[in-house]
Structure formats: structure tokens, C-alpha cells
Design a protein around this ligand. Structure first.
Ligand code: GTP
Ligand code: NA
Ligand code: MG
Length: 302
């Protein structure tokens, strides 16, 4: 293939919203539709990410993990992996403090919102009220002449899920998401964990280029050589292309959510970069502590 081919890529979607408004339930419901569609064997998915493949052949990557803290931590590190935020609002409860936080995070990151009014099965559900509340928070909803789509769903009854997927694909289409497929990967860690036998494992999303087995990488301030790549259902893969969530194995230490992954030419280079970054992180940490002390002193003098 050509060196700099730019191809359409799936959207990466993060679900946010107030506590108990049904984020996890909604993801579970969406995942089930995708599991039913893709996994005859019913292999348990183990990553904090999954892919819904639609009849049309289009697919959507969902990130399971980031709460607000992780989302802003990633944003602070420049890890803009999220293309679209699904704002989940419970139809009976309405807009709550963390709904507002989610809105401001999405706005600050300049990420478009699709609203999922959840729990529409409940007798006390009132989606019109939710829409008015969102509008009064400055969201320009489609029903009111704006371009923010609102979909009514029930994660419990599994209704409205097709509409939600369609809304996300429509939003993605408007955004015309594309990525360079060839060449060195630019990728980010979504979450990381320590596996007893396999060592540090990082769930990663490639933004551009291709991540491949055997490559030397620097991940945040850690380094390693990619020994194995697994897709969301745990199958071994040779490589990861844009918007494809994968789990990578072969790092020497545990990275953090939001860490960048860069490919380097040799182990020596990887070690060197990692050591340099560790030093810099330590310096920044000490600086933060001493700034904190200075502030404390100032306060105690007042
Ligand atoms: P946190 O991660 O704790 O912030 O919560 P969450 O937003 O992930 O909500 P979760 O999926 O844990 O759901 C919270 C509660 O709402 C659970 O008891 C769910 O069963 C219930 N729930 C979620 N979706 C629906 C729905 O569509 N209808 C009804 N009736 N209940 C729902
Ligand atoms: Na909950
Ligand atoms: Mg949850």
C-alpha cells in the first residue's frame, strides 16, 4: 500500500453522566448486541473497551473505563482519544451535578455530545423535562433547532439502542473521521493492569499509524518491546490500526491512563527516552511538592 494513505476510521465514543444514571448498564446492553452479532463462541470480553459492529459494516469503538477523572486526566495529557461523548441522563432523575460536570468536560475538550435519556421505561420518566433542563444549560438540542441529537433509551429493557447507534454513526459521519494507517503508531493508553503471568498489560487505542508486534516502544515513562497484541475478545493480532482497541503485552513497567505510546528504533533508544522521562516526571513531582509547601507557608503567614 501507499505510504501515507488516509482512510476513514470508526468513532471512539466515551460514556459519561451522573452516578447511577445507567452508564454501565447502557454499555452492557450495547455490548450484548455486539457480542450477539460478533462472537459465536461467546468469549468473555476483558478490556475496558469494545467494538460494536453494525449490519451496515460500520463499527463504533466504545471506551468503558473513563470516569470524569480519567477523562480529564487524559485530556490534561493531550490524549484526545474520544471523538464523541454519550451523555447519559436518567429520565426520572434529570440533570444532576455530574451531568453538568460531564457537559463542561466535553465542552472544554471540544468533543461533541450525543444525549442518551436513559431509564425511559420508568413510570416517573420525563424526557421532556430532561430536554428543557439540558437546553437551559446551553445545549442546543436537535428538537429545538440545534444539532445535538437526543435519543430515548432504556438500558434495562434494551430499547432505543439502534437509534443510539444510528445517532452516533450520523455524528461520526458529520465529523468525517479519518486517520493515517501506515507508518509509526501514535497511540494512547486507556487503562493498564498488572497480570500475574503476562506482566504489565496496557489497553491502548491507536490514533494514527499501525502498532505492530516486535516494535520497541516508550509508554509514558515506561518502555518495552511489544510481545503480543490482543483484540477486544482476546484473540492475538499482529497489529493495531486506528480506533481499534487492543491490549499490548511486553512493557517493563505499568503505565497510566492517558500515557502516550511512541515507537522507537531500538531497545537502547527506548531505555534512554524512558529514563529521561522518569527524571522529568520526578522533577515535576518535586516541583509540585515544593510549590505546595510554599503555598502552605504563605497561608500560615497570613
Ligand atoms: P456509576 O458507575 O456508579 O456512576 O453508575 P452507572 O451510571 O454506571 O449506573 P448503573 O449502570 O450502575 O445503573 C444504576 C442503577 O440503575 C442500576 O440499579 C441499574 O439496574 C439501574 N438502571 C440502569 N439503566 C436502567 C434503565 O434503563 N431502566 C431502569 N429502570 N433502571 C436502570
Ligand atoms: Na452504579
Ligand atoms: Mg458504572
Amino acid at each position: 500500500s501507499e505510504g501515507k494513505e488516509i482512510l476513514p476510521r470508526p468513532p471512539v465514543v466515551t460514556v459519561m453522566g451522573h452516578v447511577d444514571h445507567g452508564k454501565t448498564s447502557l454499555l452492557d446492553a450495547l455490548r450484548q448486541t455486539s457480542v450477539a452479532a460478533n462472537e459465536a463462541g461467546g468469549i468473555t470480553q476483558h478490556l475496558g473497551a469494545f467494538v460494536v459492529s453494525m449490519q451496515s459494516g460500520a463499527s463504533i469503538t466504545f471506551l468503558d473505563t473513563p470516569g470524569h477523572a480519567a477523562f480529564s486526566a487524559m485530556r490534561a495529557r493531550g490524549a484526545a482519544v474520544t471523538d464523541i461523548v454519550v451523555l447519559v441522563v436518567a429520565a426520572d432523575d434529570g440533570v444532576m451535578p455530574q451531568t453538568l460536570e460531564a457537559i463542561s468536560h466535553a465542552k472544554a475538550a471540544n468533543v461533541p455530545i450525543v444525549v442518551a435519556v436513559n431509564k425511559c421505561d420508568k413510570p416517573a420518566a420525563n424526557s421532556e423535562r430532561v430536554k428543557l433542563q439540558l437546553a437551559s444549560e446551553g445545549l442546543l438540542l436537535e428538537d429545538m433547532g440545534g444539532d445535538i441529537q437526543v435519543v430515548e433509551v432504556s438500558a434495562l429493557k434494551k430499547t432505543g439502542l439502534d437509534n443510539l447507534e444510528e445517532a452516533l454513526l450520523l455524528q461520526a459521519e458529520v465529523m468525517n473521521l479519518k486517520a493515517r494507517v501506515d507508518g509509526p503508531a501514535q497511540a494512547y493508553v486507556v487503562e493498564a493492569r498488572l497480570h500475574k503471568g503476562r506482566g504489565p498489560l496496557a489497553t491502548a487505542i491507536v490514533k494514527a499509524g499501525t502498532l505492530a508486534c516486535g516494535q520497541h516502544v516508550v509508554v509514558g515513562s515506561e518502555w518495552g518491546r511489544i510481545r503480543a497484541i490482543r483484540d477486544v475478545v482476546g484473540n492475538l493480532a499482529e497489529r493495531a490500526t486506528p480506533a481499534m482497541p487492543v491490549e499490548i503485552e511486553g512493557l517493563k513497567g505499568l503505565p497510566m491512563a492517558g500515557d502516550d505510546i511512541i515507537v522507537v528504533q531500538s531497545e537502547e533508544r527506548a531505555r534512554m527516552l524512558s529514563a529521561g522521562r522518569k527524571k522529568k516526571f520526578e522533577r515535576d513531582r518535586l516541583l509540585k511538592i515544593s510549590n505546595g509547601r510554599a503555598e502552605e507557608l504563605e497561608q500560615s503567614e497570613e
